[in-house]
Design a protein around this ligand. Structure first.
Ligand code: FEO
Ligand code: CA
Ligand code: CA
Length: 647
C-alpha cells in the first residue's frame, strides 16, 4: 500500500478498502452482530441496577448508593492501579509500556522538514507536519500490520508555535497557526515489534483551517451561510477547533468543531446579535489575531462566516483527494464528539454533546437506514435526518429519572415563525436557541458521549460547571446536582425498549467525581465508587473497548491542592460498568490533559493523546526532557506480555 509500490491509483486503493469488498462487508457484519450478541447481558445488568436503586431523600446518601459497592474486584480489569502523580511523564501500570508515536511538528511526508523547536519555521513547514494539540482520533485498519490513524488538532499555543510568541504577527504566522489546526491522516505500520508512522504513505494528509470543504444537508445553500467569497453558501475553507471525533461503519471519520468562536473578532465596533452572543462570537479577542490578516475572520466585514463553523465534518481518510463534508443536519454548536451507533432497525443514531456550561445533549437519527450490503449507499447517511435534544427529569432528591428527546424540526414543539424560527436551516444553525425553545435541560458542560458495546446504554461526561446554581437557567438538581460543580459527573441513559430512535429513556448518574478527603458526607465527596485512591476531577474524554471497559480521560485542575488535593496531573481511568469500579490506569505529564483514544484491532495496543503539556505557565519538557519545548503527542501503550490492554 505504500506509494513506493508503483502505479496504483488512489481511487483503485479506495475501491479495494471501502467499496463493496468482502472485507468491508465483514467489518460491518462484525460490528452489527457484536452489538446483538452482547445486548442481553448489557440490558440485564443495567436493569438490575435501576430496579434496586432506592428512592432517597438525602442526596449524599443517594450518591453513596449510585453504584454497587464494588466489594469484589472487577473481572474485566486485570491491572494494578497507578498512583496519582505530579511527575512530568506518562505513568502506566506495572507490566505496561508507554512510547511516543509522534508529536506536534513531526514530518508526515517525505519532503517535510524536521520539527524546529525555535518557533521560526514557516507555515509551509507546519503544513507538512503533524498539527498541534492532538485531540480525538480513530484508527482504520488496513490489515494486521497497517492502519490509518486520523487525529484532530484542536488549537495551537503561540507560546511554543512562534519565536515571538505571538507578539509580532505577520500574515505567514496566521497561515502557520491555521496549518497547526485541523486533522492529520497518517499511516502506521507494525514493524519490528512496534507501531511506527510511515512517512512514505500515499494516504498522508493534512486537513487545515484552509482546506476546501463542501457544506451539505438542510442548511447548504441557505442565505445564512452565504458570504462574499461563497455567494452559493456551499463551499467553505477549513475546519476549526477540532475537538473530538467519531467513526462510521462505512469507513469515514467525523471531526467535531468546538470553540470555533475564538477565531472571530474585529477591531471595529460591531453590534452583536443574540445568536452571536449565545455562541460567543466576537465577544473577546482570544489572541489568535487571524482577523487582522485573513479578513473572513473579521466579523465586521464577514458577519456570516462564523455560521459556517460549529458543525460535524465527515472525512474519507482513504482518499487524500476527497473533499470533507460539513454535515449540517447534525446541528451547529460547540461539538465535542460524535458517538455513532447503528440501531436495530439500521437507522444511524449519533449522540452529540455541546460543551458549554448550561448547554445541551443532542442526538441525530438518519432519515435512511444503513445498507449492510453496499457501503457506497451509506456515504451520505448523515446528510438528512432528524435532530433531537434531551430533557432529563427527576423527582426532587433523585439522581436518576426519566427523560425525553425533543425533536428540533420546523413546525414542531414551538419551532415556528411566530417564535422566531423561519425554517429548518435557522433551527440547525442556531440549535442552541431551538433547544431552549423546546425546554431542553441545561447541562454541566457535556463532553464526550460513548455507547456501550452492548449498543444499548449511552454514557456522557459532564465535565464541570462553575455556573451551576449561579445562573437562573441553571438550577441545581437532577442530572446536575451540585452548585458550582468543580468535579464533574458521568451520566448514562438507556433508551426505552433498547431502541435508540425512541423518544423516551431512563437515566442515572454513573459516577460523581469528588474529593472524599476534603469533603465528607456531601455530594462533593463523590459517589461510592470514588475514593482516595482513584479520585480525579473533570472527566472529559470517554470511550469503550470491545469488552465493555469504560476509559475515562480528564481535563481538569492539576493544582493538587485545596479542593483538588491528592488528584495530581490529568489522567486516564478505567471503569467496569458491571460493578461500577473505577481504577486509575495512566497519569500524564505536567500541565497536560489526556484526550483521544484508539485501539489496534487486537486491542493489544492503545493510542492515547497527551495534549498541551506545559500549558498555563506550568513547566513541562514532555516528551523529550532536558530543556526541550513541550509537545502534544500520541502515546502508544502496550503490555510487556502482549495481552489485551486493561484486561
Ligand atoms: Fe475540546 Fe470540550 O473539550
Ligand atoms: Ca474535550
Ligand atoms: Ca478539553
Amino acid at each position: 500500500m505504500s506509494s513506493g509500490e508503483g502505479e496504483e491509483t488512489l481511487s483503485d486503493d479506495r475501491d479495494s478498502l471501502i467499496d463493496n469488498t468482502p472485507e468491508f462487508s465483514r467489518m460491518v457484519e462484525r460490528a452489527i452482530s457484536r452489538r446483538r450478541f452482547v445486548v442481553n447481558s448489557g440490558i440485564a445488568s443495567l436493569g438490575a441496577f435501576f430496579a434496586s436503586a432506592p428512592a432517597l431523600s438525602s442526596l449524599a446518601t443517594a450518591a453513596q448508593q449510585l453504584t454497587p459497592a464494588g466489594d469484589s474486584p472487577s473481572a474485566k480489569m486485570g491491572f494494578e492501579a497507578v498512583a496519582a502523580s505530579t511527575a512530568d511523564r506518562v505513568m502506566v501500570p506495572k507490566g505496561y509500556q508507554a512510547n511516543i508515536l509522534l508529536s506536534w511538528g513531526d514530518p508526515l511526508f517525505e519532503e517535510a522538514p524536521q520539527f524546529d523547536p525555535s518557533g521560526a519555521a514557516p507555515a509551509s513547514a507546519q503544513q507538512l507536519q503533524f498539527g498541534d494539540n492532538n485531540d480525538g482520533m480513530s484508527l482504520f485498519s488496513l490489515g494486521e500490520d497497517r492502519a490509518l490513524l486520523v487525529v484532530n488538532h484542536e488549537y495551537t499555543n503561540y507560546k511554543f508555535l512562534f519565536d515571538h510568541q505571538g507578539a509580532m504577527m505577520i500574515a505567514d504566522d496566521v497561515k502557520k497557526a491555521q496549518a497547526a489546526h485541523g486533522v492529520s491522516v497518517l499511516e502506521i505500520i507494525y514493524h519490528q515489534g512496534r507501531w511506527q508512522v510511515d512517512s512514505n504513505s500515499q494516504y498522508s494528509r493534512r486537513i487545515t483551517a484552509n482546506t476546501p470543504m463542501e457544506i451539505t444537508g438542510p442548511v447548504a445553500g441557505h442565505p445564512l451561510l452565504m458570504t462574499g467569497a461563497d455567494p452559493g453558501g456551499r463551499q467553505v475553507l477549513g475546519t476549526l477547533n477540532n475537538c473530538a471525533n467519531g467513526q462510521t461503519p462505512w469507513g469515514t471519520y467525523l471531526t467535531c468543531e468546538e470553540n470555533f468562536n475564538v477565531y472571530f473578532y474585529s477591531t471595529e465596533k460591531v453590534s452583536l446579535s443574540e445568536d452571536q452572543l449565545r455562541y460567543g462570537i466576537g465577544t473577546r479577542d482570544a489572541g489568535y489575531q487571524w482577523y487582522l490578516f485573513d479578513e473572513r475572520f473579521d466579523i465586521s466585514r464577514h458577519p456570516q462566516e462564523s455560521h459556517r463553523f460549529g458543525w460535524v465534518v465527515e472525512i474519507d481518510p482513504t482518499d487524500p483527494e476527497a473533499v470533507p463534508k460539513k454535515r449540517t443536519a447534525l446541528g451547529r454548536f460547540k461539538h465535542e464528539n460524535a458517538a455513532l451507533t447503528v440501531n436495530d432497525d439500521r437507522h444511524v443514531v449519533v449522540y452529540l454533546g455541546d460543551d458549554q456550561g448550561g448547554e445541551h445533549i443532542y442526538k441525530f437519527i438518519s432519515r435512511d437506514p444503513l445498507d449492510p450490503n453496499d457501503s457506497t449507499n451509506n456515504l451520505d447517511l448523515l446528510e438528512e435526518g432528524s435532530l433531537y435534544v434531551a430533557r432529563f427529569d427527576a423527582e426532587p432528591g433523585e439522581l436518576q429519572g426519566r427523560g425525553e428527546w425533543l425533536e428540533l424540526s420546523h413546525g414542531k414543539n414551538g419551532l415556528t415563525p411566530q417564535n422566531g424560527f423561519a425554517d429548518q436551516a435557522e433551527i440547525l444553525t442556531f440549535a442552541r436557541r431551538a433547544a431552549t425553545q423546546v425546554g431542553a435541560t441545561t447541562m454541566d458542560r457535556p463532553e464526550w458521549v460513548a455507547v456501550h458495546p452492548s449498543g444499548k446504554t449511552v454514557f456522557c461526561t459532564l465535565t464541570n460547571n462553575k455556573h451551576r446554581g449561579q445562573k437562573e437557567n441553571q438550577p441545581v438538581g437532577g442530572a446536575n446536582p451540585r452548585a458550582k460543580n468543580r468535579y464533574g459527573q458521568i451520566i448514562r441513559w438507556q433508551p426505552d425498549g433498547g431502541d435508540h430512535t425512541a423518544t423516551t429513556f431512563a437515566w442515572d448518574l454513573y459516577l460523581l467525581a469528588g474529593n472524599p478527603l476534603v469533603h465528607q458526607d456531601s455530594l462533593y465527596a463523590g459517589s461510592s465508587n470514588i475514593n482516595a485512591d482513584n479520585m480525579f476531577n473533570s472527566p472529559d474524554g470517554l470511550g469503550f473497548d470491545r469488552d465493555g471497559r469504560l476509559w475515562i480521560m480528564t481535563d481538569g485542575k492539576t493544582s493538587n491542592k485545596g479542593q483538588f488535593a491528592g488528584m495530581g496531573n490529568n489522567q486516564m481511568l478505567c471503569s467496569d460498568p458491571d460493578t461500577g469500579e473505577v481504577r486509575r490506569f495512566l497519569t500524564g505529564p505536567v500541565g497536560c490533559e489526556i484526550t483521544g483514544i484508539a485501539f489496534s484491532p487486537d486491542y493489544q495496543t492503545m493510542f492515547v493523546g497527551v495534549q498541551h503539556p506545559g500549558v498555563d505557565d506550568k513547566s513541562s519538557h514532555f516528551p523529550a526532557g532536558g530543556n526541550s519545548v513541550p509537545r502534544s503527542s500520541v502515546v502508544v501503550i502496550t503490555r510487556n506480555d502482549g495481552g489485551v490492554i486493561g484486561a
